[in-house]
Design a protein. Structure first.
Length: 434
């Protein structure tokens, strides 16, 4: 059986699921995307992609999808400006689009999701919406999913892109959903800018019809971003804070403005933040419990990698999935865990003007070249054959030993090493993952 005849069932219509379905379809397979929601997701606030994820989108439709994503979000910013909790200016870093010509996108999650969703429909991905998966089939006779109405969708392989509350992880791997609190969470909001905001003396400098504004504030146990774009019509902010609450039924909860105000007051954040909180619609505020680095980009890397492995496997889906794991395991793990190093640097130092002057490379977004310049497509194509040979010959070892190296680490994030990080640092802003 060739890979051209494979039926790929993708569960979950987020960025990972959509990308996997699109990439498999573009590579000649039959993609079936199964999603419990009714269509494209309009919810969400702020999301960003750097070139390691964004260049996958750029490769579609001769750049048309990348152009649409760019037009929908932040595309007229010049710099990311850094301030401490006393509102003292610390430094500026280049906005990533000034360093990369393509592959950098930041904006409203819902708007970007709709663009990719529409492209999936355009190329003929089979969409099965309003279909809730209740169990997975993984036997010699049947591979597929069982839906809430009792019907089945069968194929050759199932890609479970169903997020942190993964039914597949629980049923197939016998791993219960982990609700261990990371110690931090993120308040997030997106809304349209009103005349009230434009006229507010503490906020009007953030609204510029000619230039998108991107700013970052950092204090003890708190850091946050405020972005405005679309000619001064859209605003989003995120605020990473200490959090010791138990994780209940959802990773994403409605936010409470009084709780946000307490964190801002405790950290001594400037009036800009308290005034922005006042005009933030309560219904648009979320308290998000996942705080992992590069989540969206790593999802895209996963998706395109598994599609390439399936394409190159000659129809041997078990081989494809084992090679996929060996390509992705170490890199994905190290990058996600990097959020811990980042938070510790941000939250455990006193960011004075003198301190930043003494350590000029300490206050940065830790998007090193080994992360953001990674080419997931080339990496998968270059490494599939020798990793497949390892699998076929039964090479022994732990998954860490059998998998490709991560590429590097986050040691340069330490204050002691920050001065030596400049050559490997791209110096970008980050939104959705810090």
């Amino acid at each position: 059986m060739s890979s051209d005849n494979l039926r790929i069932i993708v569960v979950g219509g987020g960025f990972c699921g959509l990308t996997a379905a699109i990439e498999c379809k573009l590579r000649g397979m039959h993609s079936i995307l199964v999603e419990a929601y009714s269509g494209a997701s309009s919810h969400g606030d702020l999301l960003d992609f750097t070139p390691n994820g964004g260049n996958v989108f750029e490769s579609w439709a001769n750049g048309r999808i990348g152009a649409a994503l760019n037009a929908s979000g932040v595309n007229a910013a010049k710099s990311l400006d850094y301030y401490n909790s006393q509102n003292e200016y610390l430094r500026s870093g280049p906005w990533p689009q000034t360093k990369f010509s393509k592959g950098v996108f930041a904006g409203h999650r819902g708007a970007m999701h709709e663009i990719i969703y529409n492209y999936a429909i355009e190329i003929g991905v089979e969409m099965q919406f309003n279909k809730r998966v209740v169990s997975y089939l993984d036997t010699d006779q049947e591979r597929g999913v069982v839906l809430a109405d009792g019907s089945k969708i069968l194929g050759d392989v199932v890609l479970a892109c169903d997020g942190p509350k993964s039914l597949a992880r629980e049923q197939l791997l016998n791993l219960p959903e982990s609700r261990v609190n990371s110690g931090y969470a993120i308040f997030r909001a997106f809304f349209e800018i009103s005349d009230e905001i434009r006229q507010n003396p503490h906020l009007k400098e953030l609204v510029d019809p000619e230039e998108d504004k991107t700013r970052f504030w950092v204090g003890r146990d708190l850091h946050g971003f405020i972005y405005t774009w679309n000619k001064g019509r859209d605003c989003a902010w995120v605020l990473t804070h200490l959090d010791d609450a138990d994780i209940g039924e959802s990773w994403s909860l409605p936010g409470n403005k009084e709780d946000v105000a307490k964190y801002l007051e405790k950290a001594g954040f400037p009036t800009t933040w308290s005034e922005l909180l006042k005009v933030t619609p309560a219904s648009r505020l979320t308290d998000y419990k996942l705080v992992w680095r590069q989540g969206a980009c790593q999802a895209v890397e996963d998706a395109v990698t598994v599609a390439i492995c399936l394409q190159k496997s000659g129809g041997d889906v078990e081989l494809a999935l084992q090679v996929f794991e060996r390509i992705r395991f170490n890199r994905s793990h190290v990058i996600h865990q990097g959020s811990i190093s980042t938070r510790d640097i941000y939250h455990k130092n006193d960011w004075t003007v003198d301190f930043v002057r003494e350590h000029p490379n300490s206050l940065i977004m830790p998007f090193f070249s080994w992360i953001v310049c990674h080419d997931a497509i080339k990496n998968a194509e270059d490494n599939f054959d020798h990793l497949a040979a390892d699998v076929k010959c039964g090479k022994q070892g732990t998954i860490q030993e059998l998998a490709l190296p991560a590429g590097s680490n986050y040691d340069a994030m330490s204050i002691e090493n920050a001065g030596s990080a400049e050559d490997g640092l791209v110096g970008l802003g980050a939104i959705g993952s810090v």
